[in-house]
Design a protein around this ligand. Structure first.
Ligand code: ZN
Length: 278
């Protein structure tokens, strides 16, 4: 897809299945299962969407999926299915890992930074040898010392081996002309969304503030969120801006409609799927 002078593409790293109750917090199953039906283990199928931005000079990767460094038990619990992988999707577009110049993670949960690293001859190394990685410093510190409540969401080997290539951010910042991050606390204290802007057009990777199109309704907030009332406040802050700017909105975990534009219909935010033409 074109976005001004940039080219953008949503790349899938496969899918995973998470407990529906955890995905929808206080919303009863009677309501959420109409949007996302549950499997026999009460899990809903979710995408692992990453966004590639080609600016002409840089190849920027926003999120790196779930990767391949997990044991069979983990694969089973999280229902990981790999009909494709991020690296295969890059290859299809003529890109090798060494062609990626920039990696931006919104946060370091294992389903967002899996391919930050890979196993090479038994050692875990940075997957993208020439890339500069960007993360909020507060998220990095928290990922190394999570609480008992969210420890299961972090895998240190998924991000720490790339530490020497990592630049730590403090708050909202421009990464390069046309690409900037904005901190949106709620899911974690320092999660960031990523804005891409070129020639008046704009896209936003909203990360787990709105993981799927089923989470557009303001109170539909995941049980995983550490600060759900801040998620609520930030949804009220962000969604009207996305409507106003007619932004392309990219969801991290929507397997069916990863990319939409939003409209306000009498106070209700509704999504109109954008069909990718890449
Ligand atoms: Zn997350």
């Amino acid at each position: 897809m074109k976005l001004g002078k940039f080219e953008i593409a949503i790349l899938s790293d496969g899918t995973l299945a998470l407990d529906g109750g955890q995905m929808f917090g206080v919303v009863p199953k009677a309501l959420w299962e109409r949007k996302l039906p549950a499997d026999a283990r009460n899990r809903v199928r979710l995408g692992l969407n990453c966004l590639l931005v080609r600016t002409g000079t840089d190849n920027v990767l926003i999120e790196t999926g779930i990767g391949d460094k997990f044991e069979p038990k983990f694969t089973d619990i999280y229902g990981i299915e790999k009909s494709t992988t991020l690296l295969a999707e890059l290859k299809k577009r003529g890109l090798e890992p060494a062609d990626i110049t920039t990696v931006i993670n919104t946060h370091l949960h294992f389903d967002h930074c899996g391919w930050n690293t890979r196993i090479d001859n038994g050692r875990v190394v940075a997957t993208f040898p020439r890339a500069q990685y960007f993360i909020q410093e507060g998220e990095w510190d928290h990922a190394l010392h999570p609480t008992e409540r969210d420890a299961a969401s972090y895998r240190i080997d998924f991000f720490r081996p790339a530490e020497l290539q990592t630049e730590f951010l403090q708050g909202d910042q421009e990464i390069m002309p046309g690409i900037r991050v904005e901190v949106m606390p709620g899911h974690t204290r320092n999660m960031q969304c990523v804005w891409i802007e070129s020639e008046g057009e704009c896209a936003c990777f909203v990360s787990d503030l709105v993981p799927t199109s089923a989470h557009l309704a303001y109170p539909w907030i995941m049980a995983y969120d550490l600060y759900p009332l801040e998620t609520l406040a930030n949804k009220h802050r962000l969604l009207p801006r996305l409507v106003e700017r007619n932004a392309l909105v990219v969801f991290p975990h929507d397997a069916q409609t990863p990319c939409v534009r939003l409209h306000d219909e009498d106070g209700k935010i509704v999504a109109e799927p954008v069909v990718a033409t890449s």
